[in-house]
Design a protein around this ligand. Structure first.
Ligand code: DC
Length: 234
């Protein structure tokens, strides 16, 4: 059966990755967390004292950076690797959250990531979440979702996530971080966060993860059927 691409974009901490992972698992599709790719490069830049205003240093650092995802059977989750090392927990820390939007606004970084992400989508059968997937990476994606939620709910959910990893973070600090990232993500010149015209909006403030997943799966099923009628199966 012909596979499709599902692009899920939206603000930080709206539940994009939780939903995307489950949708991918139910369809037997791959899941790519593009935020993790920006986080891993931010970690590398941080570890190697890369000057964020020096484009040639950035390009060199990007060439030295190899990012991959591997499934951890024991924890039943996909984990991010940077140059062969598991950095899944490291990249979720507040120190990286505090610098990642600045790194992801650098044009050289975006160009590099978009190129890698397009390569990953060649065979379709993919759920990818991020900020510019439906607008820049796969403007031709068969299904586009744009997720949002009220700020206080997003901050409380993100704080819970930190707590579940034994990281105690003040709610005010989480709120500030989300506001700052929203601002940088929506106002940058290259690939700003915005809803694609043909994206379906999902507000996750008052709905459960199961409801979000079911809604997207229903849409995906219709798009897969539509796709069967519009393109001949080879
Ligand atoms: O989804 P996340 O919070 O892990 O993303 C981390 C940062 O990466 C986010 O602040 C914006 C950036 N990002 C981006 O600019 N484009 C993407 N496709 C994904 C993430």
């Amino acid at each position: 059966m012909r596979k499709i691409i599902i692009a899920i974009d939206g603000y930080s901490a709206c539940g994009k990755s939780t939903t995307a992972k489950q949708v991918a698992a139910r369809l037997g599709y791959s899941y790519i967390d593009t935020g993790a790719m920006y986080r891993a490069s931010a970690l590398y830049f941080h570890q190697h004292y890369i000057n964020l205003t020096n484009p040639s240093a950035i390009l060199k650092a990007l060439e030295e950076t190899q990012i991959s995802f591997h499934f951890n059977e024991k924890l039943q989750r996909s984990e991010t690797y940077l140059n062969g090392l598991n950095v899944e927990d490291e990249i979720r820390k507040m120190s990286i959250s505090n610098m990642v939007s600045e790194v992801s606004a650098i044009p050289e970084v975006r160009k590099h990531m978009v190129h890698l992400q397009r390569k990953m989508g060649k065979k379709k059968g993919l759920v990818m979440d991020g900020r510019d997937i439906g607008t820049q990476v796969f403007p031709e994606a068969e299904l586009k979702i744009f997720m949002q939620a009220e700020m206080t709910v997003r901050a409380a959910r993100r704080q819970q996530e930190y707590l579940s990893k034994n990281q105690v973070v003040d709610l005010e600090a989480v709120l500030e971080n989300l506001k700052k990232r929203d601002h940088i993500d929506t106002t940058r010149e290259e690939g700003p966060l915005r809803k694609a015209e043909d994206a379906y909006e999902v507000d996750t403030t008052y709905i459960t993860v199961e409801e979000q997943v079911d809604y997207i799966l229903d849409l995906a099923t219709s798009k897969i059927i539509e796709n069967l009628h519009t393109v001949s199966d080879i």
